[in-house]
Design a protein around this ligand. Structure first.
Ligand code: NQM
Length: 358
């Protein structure tokens, strides 16, 4: 039986499979069918594959040397379904991104520095380039370190990610509906795409406080139906068409902070609730609020600096967003975040002998 070299890594608050593109079929349809089979998607437990039964653990990074002059490696992100045997490149992922630099060093795709490595990663899904800096003492990725991120036990080595040109990642525009505010099902929302298409709405407008724990919100069927109805209509307004089978847009319900952060969030990705919040999702929510979008009046932004503390169900995520709101639409200058990653295993994954065609 032929296996495929594969590394499993935790990237930020997600977990995924990392592949050297050279080890996968070059034909995208064949590659996607293979990855769906490897992950075991199409079953709630992904029992016949290595996925973790959650969209946060059903993620793939395909990494290759870049042909671009402004990048060192290419990173294609693929989001797989859990219950459904689906795979999409219509979104990117800032959490899985955290593992891409160390993986590229591990596979010899880029050279490491003697103490730390800074590499330029082209996000194939959107075309934007991220600069990642991570420790490589002696030219080897070091995963251990002092940095804690909420949603992950323990500490690990810090990975600094600096984003450029992420506005309109999937939809082509920062404000894909053409306006900062829209009303859907009688609820005011802001539809924004600064790295991730997100519908931002006030939790109170959905009849919840926004402080409820995830299991309580997850079992609130009326809430879930309302969020899905707004999301489906927002998808059309954002030019994404019928998004019923797409993982975007996400929906984030915001409320006033209550743990010394700038805003409190609960995020649907896109139907199930996130246990924290995605990196690019958080950057987009903060951009929407800084721009005066829905819920901006609830935010408590720091008086100086651009580092914004986003409260989520399992703690905080700090993101740095620098935007110029004096122009319309607002101009995103830069964004950044600190994450961690961990190599979990490196080996060979074995797809079933017969993979259904893609
Ligand atoms: O927004 C989950 C995650 C994500 C996406 C999701 C992410 C991001 O936490 O950059 O990281 O929104 O489906 O991995």
């Amino acid at each position: 039986m032929t296996g495929i070299p594969c590394m499993q890594m935790r990237g930020g608050t997600s977990r995924g499979l990392y592949f050297d593109a050279a080890d996968l079929p070059a034909d995208p349809a064949e590659r996607d069918a293979l990855l769906v089979a490897v992950m075991g998607s199409g079953h709630p437990l992904q029992i016949n594959g290595v996925g973790g039964g959650h969209s946060l653990t059903s993620k793939v990074a395909v990494v290759s040397p870049s042909r671009r002059l402004d990048a060192d490696v290419d990173y294609l992100f693929l989001q797989l379904g859990v219950d459904a045997a689906t795979i999409t490149d219509k979104q990117q992922c800032g959490n899985i991104l955290a593992g891409v630099g160390p993986f590229a060093v591990e596979r010899g795709l880029i050279a490491a520095g003697p103490e730390s490595t800074t590499t330029r990663i082209a996000m194939v899904n959107s075309g934007s380039v991220v600069t990642a800096t991570f420790p490589t003492p002696g030219g080897v990725p070091c995963y251990d370190g002092p940095t804690a991120i909420d949603g992950v036990p323990g500490t690990a080595a810090p990975i600094l990610l600096r984003f450029a040109d992420i506005a309109g990642s999937t939809t082509g525009q920062l404000l894909p509906t053409g306006s900062l505010h829209d009303v859907i099902d009688g609820v005011e929302v802001t539809c924004m795409d600064n790295g991730m298409p997100v519908v931002v709405a006030r939790a109170a407008d959905f009849g919840v406080t926004g402080y409820e724990p995830v299991p309580e919100l997850a079992t609130n069927t009326e809430l879930n139906d309302r969020v899905q109805s707004v999301r489906l209509q927002a998808g059309k307004l954002m030019g994404l068409g019928d998004v019923s089978d797409l993982s975007v847009p996400k929906t984030t319900l915001v409320s006033a902070p209550r743990n010394s952060g700038a805003i409190c969030t609960r995020t649907f990705i896109p139907v199930r609730l996130h246990t924290s919040i995605g990196v690019l999702g958080a950057i987009t929510v903060v951009t929407a609020l800084l721009a005066g979008g829905t819920g901006a009046e609830l935010a408590a932004f720091p008086p100086d600096g651009h580092v914004v503390d986003v409260e989520h169900p399992t703690g905080h995520l700090e993101v740095e967003v620098d935007i110029d709101t004096s122009v319309a639409p607002p101009l995103v200058r830069s964004a950044g975040v600190i994450r961690t990653a961990r190599k979990l295993f490196d080996g060979t994954v074995f797809p079933p002998a017969t993979v259904p065609p893609g």
